[in-house]
Write a protein that binds this ligand. Structure first.
Ligand SMILES: Cc1cc2nc3c(=O)[nH]c(=O)nc-3n(C[C@H](O)[C@H](O)[C@H](O)COP(=O)(O)OP(=O)(O)OC[C@H]3O[C@@H](n4cnc5c(N)ncnc54)[C@H](O)[C@@H]3O)c2cc1C
Length: 400
């Protein structure tokens, strides 16, 4: 039996920041991270938009609001302290339809209630900030703090912090069975016994929790996010441009995203899928899991849970490049089907859970302690932005 003080299951950004924070608090302790892949960026951590969100979207007092606002500042400080790449470009939110004007006011109020610097700008001011924007209702919102970083570079720096502080990361070693009360985890390299086990397994967190015997009312519902890349390498954008979202739907809408290499993408879509790692074709669909996810999905579609039928109809339009451009034309000008290609590498899947009691998609981070284990069950966006604050929160609240 191998022993340690903390064992983290999942070496993505959430697991890595937890291991780092623990080692800052307990420098002489023994910390082990188990990661089933060969690196830390195969899933959510390496497949997101790299946007450091400000915290405007989330209900006041929610964990997401609190941890996004403080996590945003901590991420900016970390990136500055380590001289990592950042574009402090700010973000414009443009109403894509007349009905979005009401949501725009709610978003402004929500952002201010969360303590974020957000203000209304005129169409003319929006065009000065980003000439490609389409301020069709002559107004928009601007959030100066929103930035873009390279999520793979951030994760790599945190990984090095963990190793330099004496932590051990085992790649290609999945956690198999877990005993929460004893704090034991079986793997192909032996059994670990830990004072605390943290399940940060992202798309598999609910399955890991289930294998540990945890019974909850939560079910998993993955959503795929596809991106379309602008083919012209000289095409640049000065700001992030997002639609004012439909606040009844759980996603932010198709927006612009750019990266360190200077590529400009548009996305992500929000397509419900039946495989946890179903990035392409039939990849990542397992028979039993696929069947139960399909059955649950059909039920949600029929009941239009969380506006899912509406969302699915909107997603259908994104199957055609013309549909993508029509969606984009509501917030940007001059983007035609011939300019774009669907990215085969930039595809992400959201680890979203669904509450079987309320019949709603869960809108906040969920943390469930059980014996020596702590399960992080809904590390949805903005868990990348929030990761440093999330790690502190979990250790403050749950570490015995
Ligand atoms: C399309 C898309 C765009 C997004 N954009 C943004 C954004 O711009 N800004 C933002 O803040 N957030 C964004 N997010 C959200 C963000 O990417 C995630 O919230 C974040 O990456 C979650 O990190 P994680 O460590 O929990 O997940 P992951 O990176 O998925 O890490 C979990 C790890 O656990 C491992 N694992 C699973 N099972 C086991 C096991 N049994 N044993 C060992 N290891 C296991 C997996 O291999 C994986 O590496 C986006 C998400 C998506 C899908």
């Amino acid at each position: 039996m191998k022993t340690c003080d903390l064992l983290v299951i999942g070496g993505g950004i959430v697991g890595l920041t937890l291991a780092r924070e623990w080692l800052i608090r307990h420098p002489t302790s023994k910390v082990v991270v188990l990661e089933k892949e060969a690196n830390s960026v195969s899933h959510g951590t390496g497949r997101n938009s790299g946007v450091v969100h400000s915290g405007i979207y989330y209900s006041e007092g929610s964990l997401r609001a609190r941890l996004c606002v403080s996590g945003c500042q901590q991420m900016l400080d970390y990136v500055a302290a380590h001289d990592l790449w950042i574009d402090r470009c700010g973000k414009l939110l443009v109403p894509p339809s007349e009905s979005a004007l009401e949501s725009m006011q709610r978003l402004l109020d929500r952002g201010r209630a969360n303590g974020v610097d957000i203000h209304r700008v005129t169409g003319q001011e929006a065009l000065q900030l980003e000439p490609r924007v389409n301020p069709q209702f002559d107004q928009a919102l601007f959030v100066p703090i929103t930035s873009v970083v390279n999520p793979k570079e951030v994760a790599e720096r945190v990984r090095l912090d963990v190793l330099e502080a004496g932590g051990v990361i085992h790649y290609k070693i999945p956690a198999q069975s877990i005993h929460s009360r004893r704090g034991t985890v079986q793997t192909s390299i032996g059994t670990f016994e830990a004072g605390t086990v943290i399940n940060a397994a992202g798309l598999f967190a609910d399955q890991v929790a289930k294998r540990a015997g945890l019974q909850t009312r939560y079910r998993f519902q993955p959503f795929k996010g596809k991106y379309w890349k602008h083919k012209d390498p000289s095409f640049q954008m000065q700001r992030l441009v997002y639609p004012v979202p439909d606040l009844n739907l759980p996603f932010l809408g198709v927006h612009s995203a750019h990266n360190q290499a200077g590529d400009v993408y548009f996305g992500p879509s929000s397509t419900p899928v039946i495989g946890r790692e179903n990035y392409q074709g039939l990849q990542g669909i397992s028979f039993g899991d696929g069947l139960s996810l399909s059955a649950a999905l059909i039920a949600k579609f029929v009941q239009n849970t969380n506006g899912l039928r509406t969302l699915a109809m909107r997603e259908l339009k994104l199957m055609r490049m013309r549909g993508v451009c029509d969606e984009l034309s509501k917030i940007l000008t001059g983007i035609e089907p011939g300019h774009l290609e669907q990215s085969l590498v930039k595809v992400g899947i959201r680890s979203q859970i669904f509450d079987s009691t309320t019949q709603h998609l869960v809108n906040d981070f969920v943390v469930v302690p059980d014996g020596r284990a702590i399960h992080i069950l809904n590390a949805i966006s903005p868990a990348f932005t929030a990761s440093f604050a999330f790690a502190k929160h979990i250790l403050d609240e749950y570490q015995q």
